[in-house]
Design a protein around this ligand. Structure first.
Ligand code: NAD
Length: 394
């Protein structure tokens, strides 16, 4: 049976991909005379069979992930990973010794797999870690990702991947040079109702897409938090929450924009200092002629809505990007895919990408992250100049 949360067509594809990946891997192990004992891990390390997923003697290894930055989102990821079938928390990186102790005990991470920001390059010699998941303030992602890549581990990085396109490109180059993969924590790319709308769009159910609207925002609290510090956040609401509208416009419409216009408004210049945007409205134009109109804000609550209309139908998601359940409807009726924790789905699917070479329905690689960063750069440039910015497609 396909996993119940996937649309049937995509579940079939995924199952076929998993099966073929499983067969080729088993064949390879058999050819090496190893199928019954040790299991291969993606970084070339030999994993203890006790790491294998499933209690029934399944020799598939789980993706062994070190979490970097033990803040609020990492806590959600760590909890969600307790339900993963293909991934587990295997390492921790933090500047706070008490957190390493507490999380290590809670998630069963031995002391030898705990690191701080000064010594985590030593993860290079740690055979128990396959990938590092960077969940720190945005402006730290670039340098941390480059260090992880140099240590020979796959990089999973939270959104925004970096604070501008140049830094994003540096990360892609470093991972390519080191021969490791770079993935971005785009959890919506694995969310079942979102995937159902994408499946319907690909099937032509909406006809030619004409218009997308993305409203993303919340009223931010503590004025002293890193999200309001340009040096750590790289910007303001656009970096943090507006990126969902940018990314959503691309996966809902199914194209990359070729132009951007944008306007910024600021009602509280004390809280939202120079370089930290409070509210940005932006418009995107796509090669087909479809257009998007989006709002990103740190000053209004209850904004989490996508609407898309085509020549033959519409889709509406509200909430569209929160932790769920995601709800919505199309011209054909209510969307009714079952809810599961997004981070559990994401990490299981990312294990399939990193361990088996699976291809997700919507990409989550560095190039995908870079596309959003180029659009963010263009939106800020449009706000500053008041002029439309052209983007090269792809
Ligand atoms: P947070 O403030 O709760 O946690 C950040 C962590 O980074 C803390 O543990 C902090 O100690 C650590 N840190 C390391 N160096 C630091 C420094 N120099 N200054 C400040 N903190 C430092 O933030 P968060 O909400 O967990 O966000 C972390 C990242 O995750 C961000 O990039 C954010 O955009 C992303 N995020 C993604 C989602 C999602 O749904 N995908 C949700 C929330 C946050």
């Amino acid at each position: 049976m396909p996993p119940p949360f996937l649309p049937v067509a995509e579940a079939k594809e995924t199952k076929m991909e998993n099966q073929s990946a499983g067969i080729s891997r088993r064949r390879m192990l058999q050819a090496m005379g190893l199928a019954a004992g040790a299991a291969w891990s993606p970084m070339g390390a030999w994993a203890d069979p006790s790491d294998s997923a499933g209690a029934g003697g399944n020799q598939e290894t789980k993706l062994r992930v070190a979490l970097m930055g033990l803040g609020s989102y990492a806590a959600r990821v760590a909890e969600a990973m307790q339900s993963c079938k293909r991934a587990r928390v295997a390492g921790l990186i933090s500047g706070t010794p008490s957190k390493l102790q507490e999380w290590g005990t809670k998630f069963g991470v031995p002391e030898k797999n705990r690191y701080d920001y000064g010594n985590f390059d030593r993860i290079k010699d740690d055979p128990d870690i396959d990938a590092v998941y960077i969940i720190t303030p945005n402006a730290l992602h670039r340098d941390q990702a480059i260090r992880v890549a140099k240590a020979g581990k796959h990089v999973i990085c939270e959104k925004p991947m970096a604070v501008n396109a140049k830094e994003g490109q540096d990360m892609i180059d470093a991972c390519a040079d080191a021969g490791v993969k770079l993935l971005v924590g785009y959890r919506m790319h694995f969310e079942p109702n979102t995937l159902e709308v994408i499946r319907m769009r690909k099937a032509g159910d909406f006809g030619n897409i004409l218009f997308f609207q993305g409203l993303c925002g919340f009223r931010i609290g503590d004025p002293n938090q890193w999200r309001l510090d340009k040096a750590l956040a790289g910007g303001g609401s656009l970096m943090d929450i507006g990126i969902y509208a940018i990314n959503g416009a691309r996966y809902m419409v199914g194209e990359d924009p070729v132009w951007v216009t944008a306007q910024q408004t600021k009602t509280d210049p004390i809280k939202f200092k120079e370089g930290v945007d409070e509210t940005v409205q932006f418009q995107l134009g796509f090669p087909s002629g479809a257009v998007a109109s989006c709002l990103s804000t740190y000053q209004m609550n209850h904004l989490d809505r996508f609407f898309m209309t085509g020549e033959q139908g519409f889709a509406e998601l509200q909430p569209a990007t929160g932790y769920g359940p995601i709800q919505g409807r199309t011209h054909k009726g209510e969307l009714a895919q079952p809810h599961a924790m997004h981070q559990t789905l994401q990490m299981d699917e990312m294990a399939g990408i990193l361990l088996d070479g699976n291809t997700p329905v919507v990409p989550v690689d560095g190039e995908e992250g870079l596309k959003d960063l180029k659009i963010i750069d263009a939106i800020y440039a449009a706000c500053d100049t008041g002029r439309r910015q052209e983007l090269r497609p792809g």
